[in-house]
Design a protein around this ligand. Structure first.
Ligand SMILES: CC(C)(COP(=O)(O)OP(=O)(O)OC[C@H]1O[C@@H](n2cnc3c(N)ncnc32)[C@H](O)[C@@H]1OP(=O)(O)O)[C@@H](O)C(=O)NCCC(=O)NCCS
Length: 166
C-alpha cells in the first residue's frame, strides 16, 4: 500500500478535487472546523471548506503546508503540517482519508510520509491531537511506539523525530 500512496502539495486544482472527495466521501466534522448552521455539506459549508484551505495553505504567507493524499492516481484525502508557534522545531500533523479508502493502510502510509517530510524540513518533534474515541489514530500512534496522553476531551502525542528515525 505504501508505494501507492503519495502526498502532493496543494494548489487550486487539487483543492477543487478535494472538495469533491470531502462532499462525497467524508463528514464535514472530520475534515474542517465547525461552521454554524444546518448540518451536512450545505453550500455555505462547502464555501467555508474552500476558504479555510485558501486562507491557510494557498495564501501568500501560508500558516501550514497542505497536501492532497493521492492513492494510485486519485485524490483520497488530505494531510497537513502546521509549524507550532509555542514550541520550537515542532510541527502539528493532521490527516483525513475518504471513507471509501479507510481501513486498508492509507493512513499509516500517510503518517510515514508526514514523518519523513517533517524530518526533512528540519523539525524535531511531530505533534498529534485528536479525540479520545479516535481508535484509528490511537492505533497509528501505537504502531510507531508512541503513547497518546489524555487531557479532558483531547488526546495528544509528541513524536520525537530523531528517536523515531532510529
Ligand atoms: C484516522 C484516519 C486518517 C486513519 O486512516 P486509515 O487509512 O483508515 O488508517 P489505516 O487503514 O492505515 O489504519 C491505521 C490503524 O488504525 C486501525 N483502524 C483503522 N480504522 C479503524 C477503526 N474504524 N476502528 C479501529 N481501528 C481502526 C487499523 O487497524 C490500523 O491499525 P493497525 O496498523 O494496528 O492494524 C481515518 O480513519 C480518517 O480519516 N478518519 C477521519 C478523520 C480523522 O479522525 N483524522 C485524524 C485527526 S488527527
Amino acid at each position: 500500500m505504501c508505494s501507492e500512496v503519495s502526498l502532493q502539495p496543494f494548489d487550486q486544482g487539487l483543492l477543487k478535487e478535494l472538495l469533491h472527495v470531502a462532499v462525497e466521501d467524508a463528514d464535514p466534522g472530520e475534515v474542517m472546523p465547525p461552521v454554524p448552521g444546518p448540518g451536512g455539506w450545505t453550500p455555505e459549508r462547502q464555501a467555508a471548506f474552500v476558504r479555510f484551505h485558501e486562507s491557510r495553505s494557498l495564501a501568500a504567507d501560508p500558516v501550514e503546508a497542505t497536501f492532497a493524499v493521492i492513492v494510485g492516481e486519485r485524490v483520497a484525502g488530505a494531510a497537513r503540517l502546521c509549524p507550532l508557534e509555542e514550541a520550537a522545531r515542532a510541527v502539528e500533523a493532521g490527516v483525513w482519508i475518504g471513507r471509501s479508502h479507510r481501513g486498508v493502510g492509507v493512513g499509516r502510509a500517510v503518517l510515514g510520509c508526514l514523518l519523513d517530510r517533517a524530518r526533512a524540513d528540519g523539525f524535531g518533534t511531530l505533534f498529534v491531537s485528536t479525540t479520545p474515541d479516535n481508535t484509528a489514530v490511537k492505533a497509528l500512534m501505537a504502531g510507531i511506539g508512541v503513547d497518546l496522553v489524555r487531557d479532558g476531551d483531547v488526546v495528544t502525542a509528541w513524536v520525537d523525530l530523531a528517536a523515531e528515525a532510529q
